[in-house]
Write a protein that binds this ligand. Sequence first.
Ligand code: PBG
Length: 335
Amino acid sequence: MRIPFPVRAPYPRTRMRRNRRDDWTRRLVAETRLSPSDLIWPVFVHDEREARAAIPSLPGVHRLSISAFVDAVGRARALGIPLVAAFPVIRPELKSELAEEAVNAENVVCRAVTAAKEAYPDVGIMCDVALDPFTSHGHDGLMRDGEIINDETVALLCRQAIVQAAAGCDVIAPSDMMDGRVGAVREALDAAGYGHVRILSYAAKYASALYGPFRDAIGSAPNLGRGDKRTYQMDPANSDEALHEVALDLAEGADMVMVKPGLFYLDIVRRVKDAFGVPTCVYQVSGEYAMLRAAAANGWLDWDRVIMESLLACKRAGADAILTYAAVEIAERLR
Ligand code: PBG
């Protein structure tokens, strides 16, 4: 990039440190600001009595019962967080080869969404469209002869999107990386009378090693075992391909797009934002959160400062909104 102004008066007349001298000037010249309105809060919901169950690899994050989830949505509302993402923890006995539970209108995520929308209709609720919480093999799609089959999966994802929309979900977020799913889900939602439901597409989602704690949280880690998702999620080596993915999802009708993970992929966030200028979200994934937490727990990093810096970095890179497990504590601090 070209610097848009000539640097005319070098040191000692130009002293960059003048503007950094006091807190008020630093605030005055800050180029990026974080606000609770920038945050999306991912929350795990389980079908158990226990209100809060700890997740060892995600310190400070819990699996919540449906009623605790509703309270959490109320908390988000009080703090000005616009959107809460509900991630289901499915009991092992309900997981299956064909992910039938994903299209059960009475599954835990549907019941949680309905309860939350009844209590707090003005907080947005987002749901993933993907099969991994529901499959016995832990993959996002249906498997045949060891392969994830695209078009059959998409057909099921459309039904999953419809049961979630019927439950009251405002934002459908396809996170499965099947080809053509955004267009198919858009068409299915429209045909079923859910034309107002937004699609936030996980457009540039990488086959990352940073999803480990999330897979622990939803209990898909043991099922997936040594398997990986490299036949459908993106290769971390690629950047142009992310633009191709985003272009396709926008053409298919995505209202917002996402880059995931965050910190290792901020170059992608910047490219996407510059190329398309559309609402761009970034997911600060479980492994990013866990890394910072673990280092802080060891006394190696200052948690309060490092988490704030990491989120500011996402915004600086061009993100309009950030999914982060730290949403509530950050919103509290920004108040
Ligand atoms: C499911 C999904 C994943 C995440 C969000 N939705 C895991 C995966 O793709 O394996 C990861 C989020 C995180 O790590 O915080 N498709």
